[in-house]
Design a protein around this ligand. Structure first.
Ligand code: AHM
Ligand code: MG
Length: 346
């Protein structure tokens, strides 16, 4: 019997999550955490869209622990993300790029999942209405740092234990994803069973499944590096970059595309193939991007799509952070493109 598919038949993120739960790929707690992250992303999407109207452009006047100017929207997005996670009641510890230390969610309504996130990545683009995104990763329940949120625990020891429980290699990630605020609002998710893409339907405010089991092309002739830093790169990397500009057999060199928003640059790379890189340079010995909030979640996603994430020498997911705001060089994208840069750097 051939069943005609109704044009009203859509899969929303909610129904998709419930199906994964039914299949046993995630538990009910994880479903709730992911649903609350998607709610945070919808809220941030609307804040970002209305920013110039509601006076949310510009800087907050504060500098975060990493010495960067915080934009108003950085601060607001961080609050939205943390609040949604806390009220889910299923997160024990949250660590944000915008906070100095990981936060243990109050015992009264904490669950266990550890969630790391960058609430608004690429916010230097925000005042010009250029794409930005939120990135997140979820680790296993771990009660270590919650154990003592009692009367006699000193704040310091709780903090230290939280740092320890958050500092896990990307290999331990159970789920990771990002939401891109662009011409469409796109929510990309992996729970370790492939990469799924949802698009926010502004007509009824739901994320709708638009691509499943995404596979990144094995190779691709687009590179995304901030070449303004070229003079500060080491010679091996300069040679690699020069090689991309040789027309080669095809008669066409690589194309340059650089938004300066990891989420946007990554999403294009995922769909079209190619490579995104943020190398170390003379001034930034470990590059710019954070292992925990940016490099590890993106590497989990890219591997789930058949691609590769590397620091130039080793797999990003194998690196165990020693500090929560640790930075690492990142080369991510199509397998062949990442292997090519690794060869040049060897
Ligand atoms: P942020 O987390 O402070 O927004 O910084 C991360 C962003 C990435 O989105 C982007 O890829 C990179 O910084 C761009 O840096 P640069 O301006 O040095 O090229
Ligand atoms: Mg960031």
């Amino acid at each position: 019997t051939s069943k005609k598919k109704s044009s009203y038949e859509i899969v929303t993120l909610t129904t998709w999550l419930l199906k994964q739960e039914q299949r046993g790929d995630i538990d009910g707690e994880m479903t709730i955490v992911l649903a609350s992250i998607s709610t945070a992303c919808k809220q941030i999407a609307s804040l970002v869209q209305r920013a110039p109207i509601s006076d949310l452009t510009g800087v907050q006047g504060a500098v975060n622990v990493q010495g960067e100017d915080q934009k108003k929207l950085d601060v607001v997005s961080n609050e939205v993300f943390s609040s949604c996670l806390k009220s889910s009641g299923r997160t024990g510890v949250i660590a944000s790029e915008e906070e100095d230390v990981p936060v243990a969610v109050e015992e009264s309504y904490s669950g266990n999942y550890i969630v790391v996130f960058d609430p608004l990545d690429g916010s230097s683009n925000i005042d010009a209405a250029v794409s930005t995104g939120s990135i997140f990763g979820i680790y296993s329940p771990n009660d270590e740092c919650l154990a003592d949120i009692g009367d006699d625990a000193t704040l310091d020891s709780v903090e230290q234990r939280c740092v320890v429980s958050v500092c896990q290699p990307g290999n331990n990630l159970l789920a990771a994803g990002y939401c891109m605020y662009s011409s469409s609002v796109i929510f990309v998710l992996t729970i370790g069973t492939g990469v799924y893409v949802f698009t926010l339907d502004p007509m009824y405010g739901e994320f709708v499944l638009t691509q499943e089991k995404v596979q990144i092309p094995k190779a691709g002739k687009i590179y995304a590096f901030n070449e303004g830093n070229y003079a500060m790169w080491d010679d091996k990397l300069k040679k690699y970059m020069d090689s991309l500009k040789e027309p080669g057999d095809s008669g066409k060199p690589y194309s340059a595309r650089y938004i300066g928003s990891l989420v946007g640059d990554f999403h294009r790379t995922l769909l079209y193939g190619g490579i995104y890189g943020y190398p170390r340079d003379k001034k930034s010995k470990n590059g710019k991007l954070r292992l925990l909030y940016e490099c590890a979640p993106m590497s989990f996603i890219v591997e789930q799509a058949g691609g590769k994430g590397s620091d130039g020498h080793q797999r990003i997911l194998d690196i165990t952070p020693t500090e929560i705001h640790q930075r690492v060089p990142l080369f991510i994208g199509s397998v062949e493109e990442v292997e090519k840069v690794e060869k040049f750097l060897a």
